[in-house]
Design a protein around this ligand. Sequence first.
Ligand SMILES: [Zn+2]
Length: 345
Amino acid sequence: MCVSALRECFLNACGKSDPPRSPHRRLWITEILRAKRRRWGDERGVITLKKQPLRASIWIRLPLVLGMALGAACSNAGPSTPATEPSSGTEAQMPPPQVTIIPPPAASIASATVLLPSATIQPTPTVGPTVDPACVLFNANSDLLLPIVNRDSELSRDFEPPDLITPSLAYRNAYIVPIKIRQLVVEPLRKLFGAANEADLNIIAVSGYRSYEEQAVAYDKWQQRYPNRASTISAPPGHSEHQLGTAIDFSTSTMEEQYGELFHTDFFILPEGRWLYDNSAKFGFVLSYPAWAEKVTGYQWEPWHYRYVGVELAQYLVTYKMTLTEYVKQCAPTPTPQPTSLTHP
Ligand SMILES: [Zn+2]
């Protein structure tokens, strides 16, 4: 039965139904079986697999025999044709084995496009010059608040701040005389006066903006009074911060009575001088010529001369006990281009 079933299967695979059995083929198969029986010693002609020590070889040889039979069947069948019509019977109803030929990929290996995981290229961070965080205030300043004006750096004759006004500020004790200052200084000065008034202090803003010509007159006056040290007391024209319109000289109403002049170094020991020294930075003002920085500024101590630089920078300079000149040199070792009205030697 096994041989018969396999034979049917092979016949179907060859594309034809069971052909008429040829007597020659039967004799040929019978001879093969007889030869097997002689070899295995089975006189009954029954192949008993259990009795054969070499039964494994049967399964090896059997396909060969069946293959030969199939070959004979196929050779008689002629050219194979596809089995399009189902055969009758249970086995015949089984669909013939379908050989699906998978076409090769359209693209050959040589022409295949190798897709690699796309690498995400991260932009290389640009390494710029290291900026001192403290210099952010310097770089952000664009209101002409930080030009260095001293013996080595001067303002041109025609330099004049664009927003000069003559404010009117008067409190019970603190007030401003009719002077010009820049508009952006008025509000900070108003707040300073208000705080000083609450502290019951007598503070007067005596001097503000001075033009190049006005500074020349003041310098000549000091030259006549103190010819040997006028250069350390007063600045020649073009070298005074007062020309910026952001510098203010403070005094008190009693100063002139006590010391014979509006400005005296003893201002520092008076309550008004001490209060300004301790509190002016809160309103954006810093002392331009401290006693401890005469070598840096080139000017004698002037405890009455303050300059507006903004609250943040003023508090920074006070905290680190630094003059504006030192700060600017730190943040801009090479003088940066200034407005055309500013000239540097
Ligand atoms: Zn001054």
